[in-house]
Each structure stands twice: as C-alpha cells, then as structure tokens.
Design a protein around this ligand. Structure first.
Ligand code: NAD
Ligand code: MG
Length: 392
C-alpha cells in the first residue's frame, strides 16, 4: 500500500484527492491529513479515513482536535505547525501538496527533500522559489508530477520532462489555455464594483477562494506561466496564453513538425489527480465522460491585457527572474486577501502589484532565506498600499 499524505486535505484539491483515493482503497493508505484551522472538517476526515497523523496549523486548534479525537476513540496522532507539516510530508511515500499560497512552500520542499513522489498543486512554491525548488527535486531524486490541470495536460502531451529544454524534444511552444474567468466579457467600467462572491463564481471550475480570485484577474494564468517555465525548463517566450472559454482543452503542446497535441476532458480536478497518482499507469477517477457532440464547439481568443493587467505583470516577472516572481506572488496574496475582506476594489489588485513591483530591487536568491525576505518585504509594502486604494 502506498502511503499518501494530503497537505491541505480540507480544501478543494484535498477533498477531490480523498474522493479519488477512496475509489482505490486497496492501493493507497491515507497516512496524513492536514488543514489550517478547519477543525470540524478535519475531524470528520480523520474519523472517515483513520490516518496515522493529522496536522493543524496552530497550537490551540491542534489541542482541540486532539481532545475531540481522543473522546471519539481515534488513535490518530495530532501534530501542529509548519514543523508538523514538514514531518508528515517527509515521511509519506506520496505527498499531495495542496496547501494554498506561500504557506505551502516549506512543507512541499520537505516532501521534495525526502525524495518521494510529490504531486504539486501548490503552484506558489514554484513561483516563489522555482530555481531552488527544481534544484532540490534533482538533488534528492524526487518525482515531481503536476496537478494544475494545464501543467498536467502539458505533461501528458510530452514524452517526458527534459532538463535540456523544449527544443530537445522537438517542442516549438506550449499553448497554455485559460477560460478567461467570470469577467471575460463584463463591461470594463463595471469591474471596480465586483464583489468577492462574483469573483469566486467561476464559470467552469469549483475551487478555493484565493485561486478563484486569481482566475478572475487572470493572475492565475500568470502564476501558471511562471510555474510552466520551471516545470518544463523553458523561457516565458515559448509559452503562449490562449483564452478558451469552455475549459475542455486543458492546454496544448506544439511540435516543430506542426503537430499540436491537446489533452481534453471535463473540467474536473479528479482527472489530473488520478493521472498523477497512477502515473505512469492510469486509473478510474470518477470523472464523467466528455461528450463532444453535446459540447458542440470549442472557442479560442487572445487574452486582453488591458482587462487583465496581472497577466502582463506575471510575464514581466517571469522575464526578470530573480525574486521578482516571489515579490509578485506575495503582493498578490495580500491584495487578494484584502479584496476578499472587502478592503480593496477588484481593479486595485493589479495596481497594488504594479506599485510593489516598481520599487523592488531584484536580486537572484541564493537561499530560501533570500526568498522569504523578499516575500516578507513585498507583503509589508502591499499591506501599506491597501488603505490608499480603499479611499479611491
Ligand atoms: P483551498 O482554499 O480550497 O484549500 C486550501 C487548503 O490549504 C485547506 O485545506 C486549508 O486548510 C489549507 N491551508 C490554508 N492556509 C494554510 C496555512 N497557512 N497553513 C497550512 N494549511 C493551510 O484551496 P484549493 O483550491 O484546494 O487550492 C490549493 C492549491 O492548489 C493552491 O495552490 C491552488 O493554486 C492549487 N490549485 C487548485 C486548483 C483547484 O481546482 N482548486 C486547481 C489548480 C491548482
Ligand atoms: Mg490551473
């Protein structure tokens, strides 16, 4: 039985992962489940799956869960904090890295350093520390499998990942598709007034709130562009973003002979999750069949950078290298949180990011401490800007 830890098991990806694993009980042992503060959901998950460990972010939530599990007769051990997360990540054979945001970096890296199979949903860890992260993957012989649907699609359309870059495999470019989110056609002058709930109502995918807002600004596609550069060893110029509103094609790879391979399927994360779990094999995921006759049409258009300035900012950060993308990611996390708390208008998100990016001195990080320092400073600067935009 393969021992699986799910970091962020109470989230959207975590729940989908449990759903897939539950379809194959004889193959996988659920070794650890973790959450930020959702004690109730984690309690139910632990009672249903009886993992060896459960981890909560803070001490008081952990002691509450410990007490409740004891009363319920469970023998799952409860750990806490980043240390607890890193401990379970390094002991499992397979780790689903599905914590949202920068908080996922250290636990995901702990999994990489243990040299096991790492299923990467937490794109932010590659955005923040791409070079150091990929060096660790290589040094420790970890197997890194992309869960982000686009990256999983690209991976499926290539013979493998080649460190020498795309050219070594005859790939001309990657076509990274994105739906354009809920505001693709909304009048530009109405965007300033959109609410968090409107931004989180994605037309095709059901996801956590942070990534849903990122999809609405198209920062998600920007973060994915950076993620793809690291995963597939390619420069940003080799990646073209294509808006495809139906989310049936999950991305494409174009070869030098003119062939374009696409991976298609329902917009359901259980497909990439099952693919990565079973890789190099295949297994049932519970995802419905794709009915192309019902689907009838697939549309494509160029992204509108005036409507989605975050996409341009991410491309600039990818081209700049160094800590630029860590800075962008940190400022984005702060701005999105402020938007979700109704302290920042939607259209001010890219303005905060641009201001933070403009006054940053870019350097090549030589250690995780450099990355963390850039992340911290960017957060401080973004937080200081929020009240200014609130008054607009
Ligand atoms: P979510 O908000 O639904 O879940 C996040 C999980 O992380 C929860 O279990 C939460 O308890 C935990 N968490 C949050 N903050 C934490 C912290 N500080 N410390 C420890 N744990 C913490 O998010 P999601 O939509 O499942 O996304 C998870 C990751 O997967 C993100 O990086 C996202 O970009 C990526 N991703 C998600 C989807 C999707 O369809 N949801 C698709 C592609 C990639
Ligand atoms: Mg994606």
């Amino acid at each position: 039985m393969e021992k699986v830890a799910i970091l962020g098991s109470t989230g959207s990806i975590g729940v989908s992962t449990l759903d897939v694993l539950a379809r194959h009980p004889s193959q996988y042992e659920i070794f650890a489940l973790t959450a930020n503060r959702s004690i109730d959901v984690l309690f139910d998950q632990v009672m249903a799956h009886a993992p060896r460990y459960a981890v909560l972010r803070d001490e008081s939530s952990a002691s509450q869960l410990r007490q409740r599990l004891k009363e319920a007769g469970s023998d799952t051990e409860v750990l806490e904090g980043e240390q607890g997360l890193c401990e379970v990540a390094s002991q499992a054979e397979t780790v689903m890295a599905a914590i949202v945001g920068a908080a996922g970096l250290m636990p995901t890296l702990a999994a990489v350093k243990a040299g096991g199979k790492v299923l990467l949903a937490n794109k932010e860890s590659l955005v923040m520390a791409g070079r150091l992260f990929m060096q660790a993957v290589e040094e420790h012989g970890a197997t890194l499998l992309p869960i982000d649907s686009e990256h999983n699609a690209i991976f499926q359309c290539m013979p493998g990942i080649d460190r020498r870059g795309l050219g070594a495999q005859g790939v001309r470019r990657i076509l990274l598709t994105g739906s354009g989110g809920p505001f693709r056609q909304r009048p530009l002058d109405s965007l300033a007034a959109v609410t968090p709930d409107e931004a989180c109502a994605h037309p095709n995918w059901s996801m956590g709130r942070k990534i849903s807002v990122d999809s609405a600004t198209m920062m998600n596609k920007g973060l994915e562009l950076i993620e793809a550069c690291w995963l597939f060893h390619c420069p940003p110029q080799k990646i073209e973003v294509v808006v495809h509103p139906q989310s049936v094609i999950h991305s494409m790879v174009e070869y030098v002979d003119g062939s374009v391979l696409a991976q298609m399927g329902q917009p359901d994360m259980r497909t990439p999750i099952a693919h990565a779990l079973a890789w190099p094999g295949r297994m049932e995921s519970g995802v419905a069949t794709l009915d192309l006759i019902m689907q009838a049409r697939l549309d494509f258009e160029a992204p509108d950078e005036q409507r989605f300035p975050c996409l341009r900012l991410a491309r600039e950060a990818a081209e700049a290298g160094g800590v630029a993308s860590a800075v962008l990611n940190a400022a984005n996390e702060v701005a999105v949180e402020a938007f979700l708390a109704e302290s920042l208008p939607f259209t001010a998100i890219p303005r905060v990011l641009e201001s933070v990016m403009e006054c940053f001195e870019n350097v090549e990080p030589t250690s995780l401490d450099d990355v963390k320092a850039a992340d911290r400073l960017a957060r401080e600067r973004a937080a200081a800007l929020i009240p200014e935009y609130k008054r607009d």
